[in-house]
Design a protein around this ligand. Structure first.
Ligand SMILES: CC(C)(COP(=O)(O)OP(=O)(O)OC[C@H]1O[C@@H](n2cnc3c(N)ncnc32)[C@H](O)[C@@H]1OP(=O)(O)O)[C@@H](O)C(=O)NCCC(=O)NCCS
Length: 195
């Protein structure tokens, strides 16, 4: 029996919203327990987030993409959203707003594949450079260092009644080379998101 799971990177569709919200809320609870107040994490509503992602996906385009790592049945393992940088004082035109891999599926290459696809889209859209903000206390931020990002800024960010320290990773160049081919568990190398 062929038990290969074929997973590729593609642009999100509105029908992906519920699965994206599942990954988002599950990953927040998994990642930020102990970093963010439990009450806020418990209150997160997958229904409300799904409605928000439907709106975001409908408004998305190649300069503001939402990308998913999905199999042929549209089961979603990871996703990312990106667009023009919100902090115009920094010399990085593109920003990754969200990047989450479903708990249990980290370390399989999905994060690298999504980041690489975003670099490619931003490069085609002529963005100069890219930035990502991450909580300083989130150990997952070292992933961005593994992907060649350099710490370029810090800020305090108010959230749920707390002031949180955030660190920005920047890439002045969007050329980070060939996509990695380490998508595991029998999955295929991710396909480019665009035809
Ligand atoms: C951070 C995250 C997006 C990384 O995606 P991933 O699919 O798990 O990572 P990959 O398997 O693609 O790893 C790519 C490279 O980064 C490295 N890496 C991954 N996570 C790392 C970590 N926490 N610390 C250091 N390096 C890490 C891997 O070792 C790999 O390097 P290699 O190819 O040289 O071995 C993912 O783990 C995740 O969603 N974490 C929880 C949510 C989160 O914190 N998101 C970021 C919010 S800012």
């Amino acid at each position: 029996m062929d038990d290969t799971i074929r997973i590729g990177i593609r642009l999100a569709r509105p029908s992906d919203s519920a699965e994206i919200a599942d990954v988002y809320v599950d990953s927040w609870r998994d990642t930020y327990a102990g970093l963010l107040p439990d009450t806020g994490l418990l209150k997160m509503s997958k229904t409300e987030h799904a409605a928000g992602w439907t709106r975001t996906i409908k408004a998305s385009n190649l300069r503001n993409p939402v990308l998913v790592a999905a199999d042929a049945e549209s089961k979603i393992y990871a996703f990312a959203s990106a667009g023009p940088s919100r902090d115009k004082s920094l010399p990085y035109e593109g920003e990754v707003f969200t990047l989450y891999v479903a708990p249990g599926w980290t370390g399989q290459g999905f994060g690298a594949a999504l980041l690489t696809s975003t670099f490619r889209l931003f490069s085609k859209a002529n963005y100069r450079g890219m930035i990502i903000w991450a909580l300083a206390d989130n150990p997952s931020r070292f992933f961005y260092e593994a992907m060649g990002g350099q710490i370029v800024a810090e800020r305090q960010h108010p959230m749920w009644g707390r002031s949180l320290r955030e660190i920005a990773y920047g890439w002045p160049s969007l050329d980070i080379g060939k996509p990695r081919q380490r998508v595991g568990r029998g999955a295929e190398e991710p396909e480019p998101p665009l035809s």
